[in-house]
Design a protein around this ligand. Structure first.
Ligand code: FES
Ligand SMILES: [Fe+2]
Length: 447
């Protein structure tokens, strides 16, 4: 194949290899040649493409909807979304987790308006129809004066998501009746969930803290891409880098990690990116021998000893690595937080960030984690507001549509691929973004 030239001429477009099937509105939006990977503006800015993403990605694959600790007891629920579809996640009277479409079967009103709570039934606010925790329609208001005696309500329960499964407490649902199981979907990315949750000696997280919520005027994929992007850090987060340079570790913890000015060098030397066949992505760096030595001898030695006791030395060491993981398409697990990405419109996205608790860790460390989280990721933190501002700039720049292509080839020439389809690049390579787009084009051209 010829190399795609670095310009946007008509002949480039004519020669670009389409990797999305003919006839789809997403056709031709991702092109890949040796050393050259490009994505068209329309992948981020076209309403038709967005609608197709909702149908073919969000309504077929596994979508994170809740954590088990949020619905620990019978009747506890939370409301969430699968793509644009509102759902209720609830534990029913049998202890089963149900994911119900939050739409009254009468005239479509949202049945449950609260974000979370506990109840023994769901009653529609419009005309009072009542649904049991498992979704069955159990009551119709003023039934005798409006419906015949043989009116069949058995088929009018809240519709259920056909597939629900959980991994390490995280509940996922799929509106697709068939397709890979959750375990298959997570694939080799699963290990990087394990490492992060194994920072708890008992291997469990919970969500006891209030989340915070951010909205930005940009496409949902910008948040997905940013979660594993080490390339932007020196520029978008320059003020934070300056703080680290001035105060180093005196400035405390950074999210899940000890803060220090050597951070950049550490990432350059040891950092890696990975892109998974299902679209998941990872930015990672291992725990150094020096860090492990410090944990074994320092003030956190009891805690680290408990990790080694529970998980074994290998897994304890792996747990202390740094991981920024995206579970495609709507979840990121980074710096001790679950970050839920909700596409609202082609240029509008909501992100809900839950700092999670590591069960069984000593209280002072849990507090330090939270303070570190607030410092960088909180609403008034050093980092997160900067990222949100950039996503808005991304979308605004896309309006200059005379330039058609985004260049996503950073690190492509040194990226390697394993037998399992996992691609590996250096820390600032766009490897995870490319894998996400390869999965994107596969999903978008299916069906
Ligand atoms: S819309 Fe729900 S009872 Fe009428
Ligand atoms: Fe950032």
């Amino acid at each position: 194949l010829p190399t795609l030239p670095n310009s946007d001429t008509a002949s480039d477009r004519a020669s670009a290899a389409s990797l999305v099937s003919a006839g789809s509105c997403a056709e031709g939006l991702v092109v890949e040649y040796p050393g050259n990977f490009r994505v068209h503006t329309r992948a981020y800015a076209d309403r038709g493409v967005f609608d197709l993403e909702i149908r073919r990605i969000f309504e077929t694959t596994w979508i994170y909807v809740a954590h088990e600790t949020e619905i620990g007891e019978q009747g506890k629920f939370k409301t969430s979304f699968i793509g644009r579809q509102p759902v209720i996640v609830v534990r029913d009277t049998e202890g089963e987790i149900r994911v119900l479409l939050n739409r009254c079967r009468h005239r479509a009103a949202i049945v449950c308006r609260e974000e979370r709570g506990r109840t023994d039934r769901f009653q529609c606010p419009y005309h009072g129809w009542v649904y049991a925790l498992d979704g069955r329609l159990t009551g119709i208001a003023q039934r005798a004066t409006g419906y015949p005696d043989d009116f069949d309500r058995s088929a009018l329960g809240l519709m259920r998501a056909p597939r629900v499964d959980a991994y390490r407490g995280m509940i996922f649902a799929s509106l697709g009746h068939a397709g890979p199981s959750l375990i298959e979907h997570l694939g080799p990315a699963r290990a990087f969930i394990d490492y992060q949750f194994d920072r708890s000696p008992v291997g469990r997280i919970s969500l006891p803290y209030q989340p915070h919520r951010l909205n930005y005027n940009g496409n949902w994929k910008f948040q997905v891409e940013n979660a594993t992007d080490a390339y932007h850090v020196n520029y978008v987060h320059e003020s934070f880098q300056m703080l680290l340079e001035q105060f180093s570790s005196l400035s405390g913890q950074h999210g899940n990690h000890p803060a220090n000015a050597d951070n950049r060098d550490y990432w350059d030397r040891l950092g890696k990116t990975r892109g998974f066949p299902s679209g998941h992505g990872l930015l990672e760096a291992p725990a150094t021998a020096q860090l492990i030595d410090g944990l074994r001898r320092g003030p956190e030695r009891e805690y680290y000893a408990s990790l080694e006791r529970h998980h074994g030395p290998e897994a304890a060491r792996a747990a202390m690595g740094q991981y920024h993981l995206v579970i495609y398409p709507n979840l990121a697990i980074i710096h001790g937080q679950l970050r839920i990405i909700r596409p609202i419109a082609v240029d509008q996205t909501e992100v809900t960030v839950f700092p999670y608790a590591l069960e069984g860790i000593p209280a002072p460390q849990e507090t330090a984690r939270l303070r570190g989280y607030e410092r960088f990721f909180g609403p008034a933190g050093f980092g997160q507001p900067d990222d949100m501002a950039i996503f808005g700039l991304n979308q605004a720049g896309l309006q200059a549509s005379a330039v058609e292509w985004l260049v996503l080839s950073r690190g492509l020439h040194t990226e390697t691929a394993g037998d399992d389809g996992v691609r590996v690049g250096n820390a600032t390579s766009e490897t995870p973004i490319r894998s996400a787009f390869r999965a994107w084009q596969k999903l978008m051209s299916a069906g």
